[in-house]
Design a binder for this molecule. Structure first.
Ligand SMILES: N[C@@H](CCC[C@H](N)C(=O)O)C(=O)O
Length: 323
């Protein structure tokens, strides 16, 4: 399948089907000299991204340093990352790459891939409803649903501790489940899961279950202590989770390379897997994960061992920026 090149006027001038009210046209002050770059900003549960149509070349048109600048919420467009739609690899429809707002490159982004699926559909109304997208985490397949949500086949979770990666000692076979980790004078029980990118999931601390509301104030100081802990050689995303019932949880997240965000799709998938491994959640049921920006539905399928994530993605605005 091939997509036409981005219809810039369609995205720049349209009344957005997905945004609330009329999509405003961005007016961004020039940041430097170079030629203007067309972008569209999307968000999935408040996890926001600058989307760039890069299908003419396998090399992203924005460098990691430029990504840091345009993600800046005061001096740039503002975003948790920059996502590129790149030419396909092998039997896929396109490739996704992403730079975090600190310029680092993660393997995958759950909310981002829902945004990318919507972006591609906005470019080409005749595009299929389901895409095969090549990522650094392998094949990921988003599908646009009739109700406007996006359901994503996120593939299988990686449970082997060394591959997450973490140097924490495994507790169940090669998997790190409820392992002790001392941080700032407290002992956290950590379960490590990779969705292509690394996650440390925490349901309890010092023998007590996590209370999300209590964590709010300390997340900004606590998060980096996990992200840069030496037991996570590739750094880590960290999710703190409170169980409402065995198919409903609440969470807050500190993301590798982006800090506190309103949502993390791969994190929601990882924490459901961790909750099932810890015996707190039921695998037979779809789990509702309440993130700060809203809910996601997560299923760890017994049939194919894949994780399925369903949630929204919306166009915020389109514009041009000088990088
Ligand atoms: N917010 C994303 C995850 C983005 C990547 C992450 N910061 C990392 O470095 O692994 C999501 O929705 O999954």
């Amino acid at each position: 399948m091939s997509f036409p090149m981005l219809n810039k006027q369609a995205l720049l001038g349209r009344t957005c089907r997905f945004a609330v009210g009329k999509a405003p046209r961005a007016s961004i002050r020039p940041m430097a000299s170079a030629s203007p770059l067309t972008f569209s900003k999307y968000q999935g549960l408040g996890n926001d991204f600058i989307l760039i149509d890069n299908r003419h070349s396998s090399d992203p048109v924005v460098t990691p340093e430029q990504a840091v600048k345009i993600c800046d919420r005061n001096f740039g467009i503002g975003g948790d990352g920059v996502i590129f739609a790149l030419p396909p690899v092998g039997d896929t429809d396109l490739t996704m790459r992403i730079f975090n707002s600190d310029g680092s490159e993660p393997e995958m982004c759950g909310n981002g891939i829902r945004c990318l699926a919507k972006f591609v559909a906005d470019v080409d109304a005749a595009a299929p409803r389901k895409y095969k997208i090549h990522t650094l985490a392998g094949l990921i397949q988003p599908e646009l649903l009739a109700d406007g949500q996006v359901r994503v086949d996120m593939g299988e979770p990686i449970l082997e501790g060394a591959k997450v990666p973490t140097t924490l000692a495994p507790t169940q076979g090669s998997t790190v489940v409820s392992q002790d980790l001392a941080v700032e004078g407290r002992t956290y029980k950590v379960t490590c899961v990779s969705m292509g990118n690394p996650h440390a999931v925490i349901y309890s601390c010092d023998g007590n279950t996590i209370k999300i509301d209590d964590l709010d104030k300390e997340l900004a100081t606590l998060g980096p202590k996990f992200e840069r802990n030496t037991v996570f050689p590739a750094r880590t995303n960290t999710e703190f989770v409170e169980v409402v019932n065995p198919s409903h949880v609440r969470m807050v997240v500190w993301e590798r390379g982006a800090g506190r965000t309103l949502a993390c799709g791969t994190g929601a998938c990882a924490l459901v897997v961790a909750g099932i491994l810890e015996g707190r959640l039921e695998r037979e049921r779809i789990c509702r994960v309440d993130l700060p920006g809203g809910p996601l539905q997560i299923e760890w399928s017994m049939a194919d061992n894949h994780i399925y994530m369903t949630g929204p993605a919306e166009l915020v605005f389109s514009g041009t920026v000088r990088t």
